[in-house]
Design a protein around this ligand. Sequence first.
Ligand SMILES: Nc1ncnc2c1ncn2[C@@H]1O[C@H](COP(=O)(O)OP(=O)(O)OP(=O)(O)O)[C@@H](O)[C@H]1O
Ligand SMILES: [Mg+2]
Length: 264
Amino acid sequence: MRGSALGDRGADALLTLSDVTAGYGAGLILKGVNLTIARGEIVCLIGPNGAGKSTVLKTISGLLRPKSGEVMFAGDDIGKLSSKERLHRGIVHVPQDRSLFPGMSVWENVMMGAFILSDQALVRRRLEQVAETFPIVAKRRSAVAGSLSGGEQKQVELARSLMLDPALILLDEPSIGLDPKSRTSVFASISALAVDGRTVLLVEQNARSGLAVAHRAAVLEAGVVALTGTGKELLNDPEVARLYLGASARGPIAGGVARPEDQR
Ligand SMILES: Nc1ncnc2c1ncn2[C@@H]1O[C@H](COP(=O)(O)OP(=O)(O)OP(=O)(O)O)[C@@H](O)[C@H]1O
Ligand SMILES: [Mg+2]
């Protein structure tokens, strides 16, 4: 099929990056990124350290503006909007580093996710919904966030990301630094986030788990999308296995993986 493999469901596209370039000074980190994400999908972005994965997320959430190219979200070019404006449009970003206020309670931290809302009845309703999805929010509501384990803190961060009932959640390395049990909980929670038409773009070093939970996936190398396919296709791609999954990951190829040169 012609077009990006991540654009197969182009009619449902929620987010489309077209030839996006971005960087932090004069130099470019993103050198023409093309990526389309359909509504309701979980898409996993993998790639080596320094490839620009976090930079892609920052360019979508508005922490960084593209130098050229388009960031289309729900039909509008949002590339020039501030991060707050993008938040209002339903894009939330859970950054790579821990982002809770350690001295505040769990409950207060989750409430911070709704800081742009003035309707307090709505905030309370959302809090109740979020606590249903993330029981830790009710169970540890008065605990000081800094006293929780890394895995618990990540659950609270994920819970906070739901407070605006976002259309798109950007998750940067949610499993980093966690023990295996907490990692499993985080990946289960990611599936729970992507319900009710919600869309998730996940960056993950733990590529095997990230690809397993994703509908679709992309490999970012040196600031461009080098490979796209379904999560399963990338899991079974020998080159992806060799580079990102460790030697034990070799397995059969379960169908074609779209490389950029196949898509023209
Ligand atoms: N605030 C910044 N100022 C200057 N350079 C930066 C900044 N943030 C990132 N970079 C550089 O941009 C490049 C891409 O960084 P980015 O964080 O997007 O990579 P990444 O793929 O997320 O890597 P990792 O897997 O290590 O998280 C790196 O060379 C990094 O040093
Ligand atoms: Mg990163």
